[in-house]
Design a protein around this ligand. Structure first.
Ligand SMILES: *Cc1c(COP(=O)(O)O)cnc(C)c1O
Length: 417
């Protein structure tokens, strides 16, 4: 469910006409809905009301400061994967004790920053990393709370690039190695093992892989108990999918019920790291048709948004709904919606049935709230889009459009004598 609806023949974001936003702020333009964020966060978080839990939003899905602030005000913690995301979360005044830090390649400097901030815990993905965190903690006269990220070897049945919990993936430690790693952790004075972590992938559309992973983690937890470890946190990561096209993922409520059922006899605080399911359908990308052209075999709609703005179609062959901002009731055609970038892989949709559109008209690309702007780049020296957060009839400029000066700001020094 989201708050992008048609009223009086045109698309609205809550109580604001998308056409007016495009006129004022230009295109391509990301537009997010506050009410949708609230609704999604609350639906997810309340699904776990029966357990001690902390819902840590996955910052990489949408890291705009206004969004982090909004979610933090609703009670969310944050799951971060870099020093930059830590900086963003702290800038948005997220309490450090609600931040967990995942990722396979945390650098020493990033570990130092997180220890200094006193985050809730590190999700550690290798023995090397465990030793590194120990050394740094000792240097700083601190003790690092950690979970080990277990790779349960479960197939999440999603796109290979976003499968993370199979043996062949780079993430986490397998169960055998993990037991040894926990034993090691017990002996390291700079380390306090407080949790178990896993995250098996993204855009999962069935419950079974989650439950399979959870059962393996529960068995493992029993083994850990025999080591005398005081495990207080169970972090099950993120990954719940959304509907982009025809997918029918379980509702967060159903997801919550299934997990709560499995966990109710355990005296642990559950941590969840949802990204896409919170943010995915909170945002649209608004783009203007620049030209249309037809070849012998194809109709192209050339728009001013490109793979640098929204890379998901190119990278994952993913589907995003596309519709006119002001529908004109023209006949439908089969088209490719493409951007201006010099790559054949630059498309937003291929072989899509879309009403005929004309130069200057606006299209909305739906489900762009997660892994949209955060994956954007300046490729082809394109300035990154502006981001707008709508709240009822209020419009907040969440990120200004980049300028040409921004493109070269960090390079200027090479032209100075
Ligand atoms: C990406 C990621 C998430 C969020 O995944 P979603 O599919 O967006 O819910 C959570 N945890 C970790 C460790 C991640 O890498």
């Amino acid at each position: 469910m989201h708050h992008f609806t048609y009223r009086d023949g045109e698309l609205y974001a809550e109580d604001v006409a998308v056409r007016e936003l495009a006129a004022q702020y230009g295109t391509p333009l990301y537009v997010y809905s506050t009410a949708t964020f609230k609704r999604h966060f609350q639906a997810f978080d309340s699904a776990f009301a029966d357990l001690h839990h902390l819902t840590c939003f996955s910052v990489k899905a949408n890291s705009n400061l206004c969004i982090l602030r909004l979610l933090s005000d609703l009670g969310a913690g944050m799951d971060i994967v870099s020093g930059g995301e830590l900086f963003r979360a702290l800038s948005a005044k997220v309490p450090a004790r609600k931040i967990v830090y995942s990722g396979v390649g945390k650098r020493a400097e990033e570990i130092r920053e997180a220890l200094l901030a006193d985050i809730l815990m590190f999700n550690v993905e290798s023995v090397d990393e465990l030793r590194r965190i120990n050394e740094i903690a000792l240097e700083m006269d601190k003790v690092a709370r950690i979970s080990l990220r277990i790779n349960p070897d479960v197939d999440p049945k999603t796109h290979p690039y976003i499968s993370t919990g199979m043996e062949k993936n780079k993430f986490g430690l397998d169960i055998e190695q993990s037991l040894e790693a926990y034993k090691l952790a017990q002996t390291l004075p700079g380390i306090e093992p407080v949790g178990i972590d896993c995250h098996i992938g993204s855009q999962l559309t069935t419950l079974e892989p989650f439950l399979e992973a959870l059962r393996r983690i529960k068995d493992f937890h029993k083994k850990l108990k025999t080591l005398g470890l005081d495990i207080r946190f169970l972090d099950l990561g993120g990954g719940l999918g959304i509907t982009y096209d025809q997918e029918e993922p379980p509702h967060p409520k159903e997801f919550g019920q299934a997990l709560v059922q499995e966990l109710k006899d355990m005296d642990l605080t559950l941590i969840l790291e949802p990204g896409r399911v919170i943010a995915g359908n909170t945002g649209i990308l608004v783009t203007e048709v620049v030209y249309t052209k037809s070849t012998k075999t194809k109709h192209f709609v050339i728009v001013d948004a490109a793979m640098n703005d929204l890379i998901r179609p190119s990278l994952y062959q993913s589907h995003h709904g596309i519709a006119e901002v002001v529908p004109q009731q023209r006949p439908v055609r089969n088209v490719d919606v493409v951007g201006p970038i010099c790559e054949t892989g630059d498309f937003l949709a291929r072989d899509r049935e879309l009403p005929e559109v004309k130069s200057g008209e606006l299209l909305a690309v739906f489900s762009a709230g997660a892994y949209g702007f955060t994956m954007s780049s300046q490729y082809n020296s394109r300035t990154r889009a502006a981001e707008i957060l709508v709240d009822g009839a209020n419009v907040i400029l969440a990120r200004k459009r980049e300028t040409y000066a921004d493109l070269v700001a960090l390079e200027r020094q090479c032209l100075q004598e």
